[in-house]
Design a protein around this ligand. Structure first.
Ligand SMILES: *Cc1c(COP(=O)(O)O)cnc(C)c1O
Ligand code: SF4
Length: 455
């Protein structure tokens, strides 16, 4: 347990060697040596689920993060490997039937597409409402939902070093072109930023932008340092799960040093640079290479902030979050968000009722010092904004959820407490009803008008 509290010494690091990136997908699932331990039936289930939901896992995750003596319960196994319960029973059965009778690829793809379409591939109106335009033309690969912050999805970063089974961006990985939000239109993106001086934050996301070669990432970030018309972009955030799935990216990969150099220069240019690290479990922080990657990143002057969803089968336990946050604080990572699993993909497998989520959050908070209490949540990234469940209260005899917007389409909605009827089963904002006999939440009329206006 004392290993939680230390960085590895140079001697330990002697054991770290560059390694080639080797990855398995649904076609090579059978070649993963550890799966030989499973029964034929278990392997079949995985194959069925992997023909609908994206599957990709690399050797580091398989060999060093998963505890194979504890499957299927192991949280990292649940995080990366398909499980039968991730599909609704009737969907599972239909796909299993095709595999049993050796259906051809075309039939499997057609059913896969039908089943995916039923899984709300673009939650919270991502496609319709958030596409920025320049001269009436949609700028591909950008989302601008909140005034200060533009999300950018570089086209070369639309994959990850492994895939999370609960991914809310899963639709981008399954090769359905209509569902992809991607871009290589660097000039358009920089043009959009130039025309929007209210934008202070650029959030580079994916997939995982850290799958990109440093030179590709640099073509987007260098101009910020060279071009005065982009001086208003003060903060650069990079969303990534590479610290978990491929920490070698920051240590031994060919262009790791070049990447750290780029980040150092960006920091020296006066930018706040934040690595928005996606973490779900403290186990992701325990290997020597993961620690070394964190140490090297922090040396560049970037901040590492952590965020991740609360998930059944992976981390629906206050002790897991308390240890995650404590370890992060110890390693110099700032806890930022606890998310509620979004209403897409395999959500039924992972979802945790809001009432339970609020309780897990509070029980975890109780166990950490103030420096670990910087994580806000549990927060739902819904159409109108990020809505946090602040807690459960009883007001004049009525049990209610106390809610607030952490972030909203209209900045004026932010930080106003509002109330919903307590509901033990509710798992998302659209299940909640206003408390105290009111008909609508305060923001609903305005939000509906925004939706109608965006056509
Ligand atoms: C969360 C999010 C952001 C960033 O919001 P912050 O509150 O600044 O962290 C920006 N855009 C979208 C679409 C988001 O979901
Ligand atoms: S790292 Fe992020 S984008 Fe990639 S699979 Fe996981 S949740 Fe999805």
């Amino acid at each position: 347990m004392s290993s939680v509290l230390k960085f590895y010494s140079d001697t330990d690091l002697g054991a770290i060697e560059a390694r080639p990136f080797k990855v398995f997908n649904e076609r090579s699932l059978e070649k993963i040596p550890q799966l030989a331990k499973l029964t034929e039936a278990q392997r079949f289930e995985m194959k069925v689920v992997a023909s609908v939901l994206p599957f990709r896992v690399n050797e580091y995750v398989i060999n060093e993060l998963i505890d194979w003596s504890d499957i299927p319960a192991d949280p990292i196994f649940q995080l990366t490997f398909p499980q039968k319960g991730m599909l609704a029973p009737e969907s599972y059965e239909r796909m299993a039937e095709l595999h049993r009778r050796g259906a051809d690829k075309a039939q499997i793809s057609a059913l896969a597409k039908e089943l995916r379409d039923g899984l709300n591939p673009h939650p919270a109106g991502q496609l319709e409402m958030n596409l920025p335009r320049v001269n009436g033309e949609v700028v591909e690969g950008l989302q601008h939902k909140y005034r200060e912050t533009v999300l950018f999805f570089p086209s070369q970063g639309q994959t990850c070093h492994s895939y999370c089974t609960f991914c809310f961006r899963w639709a981008q990985f399954v090769g359905d072109k209509d569902l992809r939000i991607a871009s290589n239109q660097k000039d358009q993106v920089l043009g959009y930023l130039r025309e929007h001086p209210q934008v202070t934050d650029l959030l580079v996301t994916g997939g995982d932008p850290m799958v990109m070669k440093t030179k590709n990432l640099a073509q987007y970030l260098e101009p910020l340092m060279e071009d005065d018309s982009l001086a208003h972009v003060q903060t650069v955030r990079i969303g990534t799960k590479a610290l978990t799935f491929w920490p070698y990216r920051f240590v031994t990969d060919n262009d790791a040093d070049e990447l750290l150099g780029l980040l150092t220069r960006l920091v020296k240019s006066g930018r706040h640079v934040a690595i928005m690290a996606h973490y779900n479990h403290w186990r992701e922080l325990e290997t020597p290479i993961a620690r070394e990657a964190i140490r090297r990143l922090r040396e560049t002057g970037v901040e590492i902030r952590s965020q991740g969803p609360l998930l059944a089968h992976i981390n629906d336990d206050p002790a897991v979050w308390a240890r995650l946050w404590k370890t992060q604080v110890q390693l110099g990572i700032i806890p930022y968000y606890m998310f509620v699993e979004r209403d897409t993909g395999a959500r039924h497998y992972f979802e945790v009722p809001l009432a339970k989520a609020a309780n897990i959050y509070r029980e975890a908070m109780k166990q950490v010092s103030g420096l670990g209490r910087t994580a806000r949540g549990p927060s739902m990234s819904a159409g109108p904004g990020k809505v946090e469940i602040q807690g459960v209260a009883e007001i004049q005899g009525e049990k209610v959820f106390v809610l607030r917007f952490i972030q909203a389409r209209n900045p004026d909605w932010v930080q106003r407490p509002f109330f919903a009827k307590y509901d033990e089963q509710a798992t998302w904002l659209n299940h909640l009803k206003p408390a105290f006999g009111e008909e609508k939440f305060f923001f609903e009329d305005e939000y509906e008008a925004m939706q109608a206006g965006s056509g």
